[in-house]
Design a binder for this molecule. Structure first.
Ligand code: AMP
Ligand code: MG
Length: 327
């Protein structure tokens, strides 16, 4: 694409430059609490076309509209009692709500892949909030990486994927949560569409009922998918990923978790521990950065120790399973 990509530090000048670039139809990467996002004006079809092209993202995979407050969210989507309850409990924060579009929804049909629902989130990050307020409209912002790659948790990760393809990167340092938002569909039964940075347990405690699972889609099913774009292979490093490792070979790298050591660990060149104390929040924050760092050593495979399926472990395991799908 041959664009000149500027990198600016977070701050007032950075937020204003980001807002100007968005208003002119440009693409701006900025930090949120989950991962770095690649923003475009949600109402600008040309900008959204450029965003899909810059990421190499298939156009059937819809985008999340980011807003600075609930009033902006309610101009985009219709909030029923359940959606309001979740927004009030968890916004700003790592929760995306899928709700019906309003009649005059300003979000481009290109961003919602032609669905009559829209995904909305209010990020809990001062830099993201400053950019949204300076811009004034909704900003669609998928993760700032080439589609299918590991998501970025540092500005340097964004630059290594997207330099020359986007206009601006705002560097706000490392992100706090490290995995993408949890997506809940506010349908008749509230449905967990994607596990993420807010645990299922915390959402169910507020709702007072278990989240439904999305129906399994079959190939002959021509109804609209509830969770489009949940690609089997995603978040993928170059190396193969081997899950639930009980031992490790000398030509593998090891992504460890918790205090235990595996047979063969002394002989491997690269070991990184997501959380030596088995803290799942810490593991989520380290996940994508450690996958990138181990991958850079070009091992035959990355062996991953078992991670418990609770709290943020559900999101970590979701990302790891999709990183492990053979391509
Ligand atoms: P990403 O921006 O890559 O974190 O992914 C956004 C995800 O949100 C997509 O992959 C979709 O699965 C989901 N999503 C966005 N809009 C909708 C929608 N209207 N209905 C259901 N899921 C959606
Ligand atoms: Mg992504």
């Amino acid at each position: 694409m041959g664009l000149e990509t500027s990198i600016l530090p977070a701050g007032q000048a950075g937020a204003e430059a980001a807002a100007r670039t968005l208003a002119a139809g440009g693409l701006v990467a900025f930090p949120t609490e989950t991962v770095y996002g690649l923003g475009a004006d949600a109402a600008n079809a040309a900008a959204i076309t450029h965003l899909y092209a810059a990421k190499g993202r298939p156009a059937f995979n819809p985008l999340i509209a980011h807003v600075a407050d609930l009033a902006a969210a309610r101009r985009i989507g219709r909030f029923d009692a359940c959606a309001l309850k979740l927004a009030e409990a968890f916004w700003p924060g790592p929760l995306t709500l899928v709700v019906p579009k309003t009649d005059h929804c300003p979000v481009s049909d290109l961003a919602t892949a032609g669905l009559d629902t829209v995904a909305i989130r209010m990020p809990a990050h001062p830099v993201a909030e400053a950019i949204l307020r300076a811009f004034g409209g909704a900003v669609v912002a998928p993760s700032a990486n080439i589609s299918g790659h590991v998501s970025p948790t540092l500005a340097a990760h964004v630059a290594s994927d997207l330099a020359g393809r986007i206009d601006l990167i705002i560097d706000g340092g490392p992100v706090a949560v490290g995995v993408e938002s949890t997506i809940v569909g506010c349908f008749e039964a509230p449905t967990l569409l994607r596990p993420g940075g807010l645990s299922r347990e915390r959402i169910e405690a507020v709702l007072g009922l278990p989240l439904a699972r999305p129906p399994v889609e079959t190939e002959s099913d021509d109804s609209q998918p509830l969770a489009p774009g949940m690609m089997a292979s995603h978040y993928a490093p170059r190396a193969q990923v081997r899950l639930d490792a009980r031992d490790v070979a000398p030509d593998e790298a090891l992504l460890a978790f918790g205090p235990d050591r595996l047979p063969g660990q002394e002989a491997t060149a690269a070991v990184m521990n997501l959380s030596p104390t088995a803290d799942l929040d810490e593991a989520a924050a380290n996940l994508f950065g450690y996958l990138r760092a181990l991958d850079a050593k070009a091992p035959r495979a990355i062996a991953v120790m078992t991670i418990p399926e609770e709290g943020l472990g559900e999101a970590i395991n979701d990302r790891l399973r999709r990183a492990a799908v053979a391509r």
